[in-house]
Design a protein around this ligand. Structure first.
Ligand code: HEM
Length: 293
């Protein structure tokens, strides 16, 4: 939990503000600082800043309230407020703010895009959907056991393989590096193209096909399967994201039936940092479903 116990309305307000902010973070603003200008207070940068100010205001009010009340809980904000550097100094407001925004933005859009892709792939591959429902219907009710369903985990992995939410990761070189015989100077960025690796036919047979079975009984190396990046900066939310995705799919598909409204193939497009279906995945809920005995 990021903020601990807060009113439901407040959570909704913060998540709406995160959605609005991420919605204004177009690729051009993200990747080209020359567009960080707002002539006459207008344009995309001005709109982005307005959304950022709104989220900042909400976070500031929450942090201030918690700071002044001294109230603590089992949540990230409490941990950040109580954290001390080696010299005993507490974190500044700016540092706490940045940690909170990172967790909100990094954790929210990524998992929702992954879930949208899972529902999309499953409904375009009825055999995979049936195999998953067989597993969901037969699994025991205990959460710990449901979180270990192998086919459900394979569906989440295969989703992130075929349609990685982050298509690449980059590092800025602190020192020069020889990469495949090419001298790359310090200060340059080098990147790993996750999507290219995930679609390498030498690693994955029929790489464009959605086949969760390929993850059953087979573990790919961190150099073959890397939806959460790798090395020191590997996603810190990876385990949580996998658990969250599995549980959300479990509830949605055990309890309800859906249909895809647009049968044609969706093309991943750059939304902001993430790659996802440009207009979302449009689906209709057909109603509650009965579990098979
Ligand atoms: C399906 C969901 C997710 C995907 C695909 C994903 C993917 C990634 C990737 C590829 C990176 C970059 C890693 C690298 O540079 O090697 C990353 C970083 C990060 N992720 Fe995630 N992520 C997901 C969910 C989450 C969640 C739920 C959280 C938080 C609760 C989170 C928090 C972060 C943070 C804080 C970083 C920066 C880590 C650092 O620079 O040290 N992510 N994520």
């Amino acid at each position: 939990m990021i903020f601990g116990v807060v009113e439901e309305d407040e959570v909704r307000e913060i998540m709406d503000a995160v959605d609005a902010l991420v919605g204004k973070l177009t690729p051009i603003l993200l990747f080209d600082p020359r567009f960080h200008v707002a002539p006459l207070g207008l344009g995309p940068w001005a709109k982005f800043k307005a959304k950022r100010d709104r989220l900042d205001g909400l976070i500031e009010a929450l942090v201030e309230r918690r700071r002044s009340s001294g109230e603590r809980g089992d949540d990230l904000l409490s941990m950040l407020l109580d954290a001390r550097y080696e010299d005993g100094e507490a974190m500044s407001y700016a540092e706490i703010h940045d940690e909170l925004v990172t967790m909100l933005v990094a954790g929210h859009e990524t998992t929702s895009v992954a879930l949208a892709w899972s529902l999309y792939h499953l409904h375009r591959n009825p055999e995979a959907l049936e195999a998953l429902r067989d597993e969901l219907d037969a699994a025991p009710e205990e959460l710990a056991q449901r979180a270990r369903m192998p086919y459900l985990k394979a569906v989440c992995d295969e989703t992130l393989r075929v349609t990685p939410v982050l298509p690449d990761i980059v590092r800025v070189l602190n020192a020069p590096m020889t990469l495949l015989g090419v001298e790359v100077p310090a200060g340059w960025c080098v990147g790993v193209a996750i999507t290219t690796i995930h679609h390498d036919p030498d690693i994955y047979e029929e790489p464009d096909a959605f086949r969760p079975e390929r993850f059953i009984g087979r573990k790919y190396s961190p150099f073959e399967f890397m939806p959460f990046g790798g090395g020191h900066r590997r996603c810190i939310g990876a385990a949580f994201a996998s658990f969250e995705s599995m549980m959300a799919l479990d509830v949605a598909l055990s309890e309800y039936a859906f249909e895809l409204l647009e049968p044609e193939a969706l093309v991943p497009t750059r939304r902001n940092v993430t790659m996802g279906p440009k207009t979302g995945v449009r689906m209709r809920m057909l109603g509650a479903r009965e579990r098979r005995a």
